[in-house]
Ligand binder design. Structure first.
Ligand SMILES: Nc1ncnc2c1ncn2[C@@H]1O[C@H](COP(=O)(O)OP(=O)(O)OP(=O)(O)O)[C@@H](O)[C@H]1O
Ligand SMILES: [Mg+2]
Length: 349
């Protein structure tokens, strides 16, 4: 089996006639970590709910672990684990009891059950609260309890819907390590997140969903590289299209305008008018911001391979002394904002 998940024109229209997922075609290769990104209300949770048999698709097909979610929901349920966006454990039961219930439901061998649970509790550091009722736990503790319950039957495919929201930085790292370990053991992971760093760092592939459509799909690096290769005219076109739309804020427009430009930050030992003029005139410089401490932040043409060199030459030949310099490639956040704003536009048209 090549793909852990395949969807064919998967669509969900809620009872109020709202189309939350629109003909989604998605392939998630087996044993990979897949990151699902998208703005609030994009249809991520709805997609996950269909893939985990919590709600029925309106049309289209979803194959999970080789089984059709509509024809073989029990088989699908048996091979997946789910950490939902809203923790769905029983509040009046303890952490231990919740996990035991899950284990029993999935037919975990009774002689292995409690030791598996204890091991997982240790792994995510929640053992100290094993006999506390879930209703009395903090937000992060609930997340951990939910994780233990969802992993106890060792699912092939694990869905995590914003699992690190509200976790402290140390616990977050523990969970990232755990996700990597599970993947190394051969589990496929589907991760919904608004944390770009998390997705960039963990995922083999990333899909960006907007208004129920898949608008981008690639490796994190592939997505970022595509911004640099993208023709600037395309972005300018998008900008002029959205210029009439009052709901697109000025700051978003400016952001989009600069998105395909490389960021460069230079710390000068001697900032004076002559040097600044030389930088402003430099043909590859598209915008300039002067900071009080002598730092100059620039946006330069990313399509010209000589841009960095040219800017530095212009500074040096006007007498500038450079103390430090760094350049920044586009981030996943840049890709996210660009691809989701463009499709909003097409949808409105
Ligand atoms: N039960 C429901 N009935 C009607 N509409 C719904 C229902 N559940 C979700 N929706 C709508 O479907 C759209 C997609 O919701 P969904 O929860 O899938 O978004 P999401 O991508 O997970 O967003 P977030 O990042 O905020 O979690 C939203 O516009 C939402 O209002
Ligand atoms: Mg959601």
């Amino acid at each position: 089996m090549k793909n852990a998940i395949e969807t064919i024109n998967l669509t969900k229209i809620y009872n109020n006639n709202f189309k939350a997922v629109n003909s989604l075609n998605l392939e998630i290769p087996n044993k990979t970590i897949f990151g699902m990104l998208g703005p609030n209300g994009a249809g991520k949770t709805t997609t996950i709910k269909m893939l985990t048999c919590l709600i029925q698709p309106t049309s289209g097909q979803a194959i999970v672990g080789g089984y059709d979610v509509q024809k073989n929901p029990n088989e699908v349920r048996n091979l997946l684990g789910m950490v939902p966006q809203q923790v769905s454990l029983y509040k009046d039961l303890t952490v231990m009891e919740n996990s035991q219930m899950c284990a029993d439901y999935y037919g975990v061998p009774p002689d292995e059950r409690d030791s598996r649970i204890e091991d997982l509790m240790e792994l995510v550091d929640i053992k100290y609260a094993r006999d506390k009722r879930v209703g009395q736990l903090s937000g992060g503790q609930k997340q951990k309890a939910s994780l233990v319950a969802s992993l106890v039957h060792r699912p092939d495919i694990l869905f995590l819907d914003e699992p690190t929201i509200g976790l402290d930085p140390v616990t977050k790292r523990t969970l990232w390590d755990l996700i990597r370990d599970l993947n190394d053991e051969g589990h496929t992971i589907i991760l919904c997140s608004h944390d770009m760093h998390e997705v960039d760092m963990l995922c083999d592939n990333v899909g960006i969903i907007n208004t129920g459509n898949l608008v981008a799909y690639d490796t994190p690096q592939g997505l970022k590289d595509s911004l640099l290769e993208n023709n600037k005219h395309e972005i300018t076109k998008t900008l002029s299209q959205i210029s009439d739309e009052s709901e697109v804020s000025t700051s978003t427009k400016e952001y989009l305008d600069n998105i395909s430009l490389k960021k460069m930050s230079i710390l000068l030992k001697n900032q004076n008018d002559e040097i600044i003029e030389a930088i402003k005139k430099s043909s590859n410089v598209k915008s300039i911001e002067l900071l009080r401490n002598g730092r100059v932040n620039l946006r330069i043409d990313s399509l010209d391979d000589m841009a960095v060199q040219n800017v530095l030459n212009d500074i040096i030949s006007s007498g500038g002394i450079i103390k430090s310099i760094y350049t920044e490639e586009p981030s996943l956040e840049d890709v996210f904002i660009k691809s989701t704003s463009e499709v909003n536009e097409n949808d409105r048209a």
